[in-house]
Design a binder for this molecule. Structure first.
Ligand code: FES
Ligand code: FES
Length: 174
């Protein structure tokens, strides 16, 4: 089946078996191997990408379901010369060890910060409405779909906390 979508700003047209997952389309057909395959069952978050700005597990999506959609992978977030703030913060805070989960962690954190800024509550939130205070508990809960077998969680949380605080500061200055 023919499918067209935009990946990291570039229009892509692929001819795929209808059973091809979005993750396999990205990795095997477009050679964007930043998104990782961990469990292939929606349980580890290594394959997290942004679909129309929202985070999803690419291993659970069929590529042909996303004709016309806008996809961002880790390759579209920053560059080695100009890291995205979350990428820089992960480096600064040692938010990884082997690095296998890291692209998924960073994509998930990108969307999570937007969700928090939009006031979306989580299971750890004290109230269903109002501004979200991204405490360590909130960050852990909101990132609970992304597993790290190396246990780099303290660095991951520190990186996200720093970027969240920077975003709050920038918002207050506006
Ligand atoms: Fe998609 Fe694990 S590979 S959630
Ligand atoms: Fe190794 Fe997270 S850094 S799995």
């Amino acid at each position: 089946m023919r499918v067209e979508f935009t990946v990291n700003g570039a229009r892509q047209t692929l001819d795929l078996d209808a059973r091809t997952t979005l993750l396999d389309a990205l990795r095997h057909h477009l050679h964007l191997t930043g998104s990782k395959k961990g469990c292939d069952h929606g349980q580890c978050g290594a394959c997290t990408i942004l679909l129309n700005g929202r985070r999803i597990n690419a291993c659970l999506a069929l590529a042909v379901m996303h004709d016309g959609d806008d996809i961002t992978t880790i390759e579209g977030l920053g560059t080695p010369e100009m890291l995205h703030p979350l990428q820089a913060a992960f480096v600064k805070h040692d938010g990884f060890q082997c690095g296998y989960c890291t692209p998924g962690q960073i994509m998930s954190a990108t969307a999570m910060l937007q969700e928090a800024r939009a006031g979306w509550p989580s299971h750890a939130s004290a109230a269903l409405q109002g501004p979200v205070n991204l405490s360590d508990t909130e960050i852990s809960e909101r990132m609970s779909g992304n597993l790290c077998r190396c246990g780099a969680y303290s660095g991951i949380n520190a990186a996200i906390r720093e970027v969240a605080a920077g975003a709050d500061t920038a918002e207050a200055a506006e």
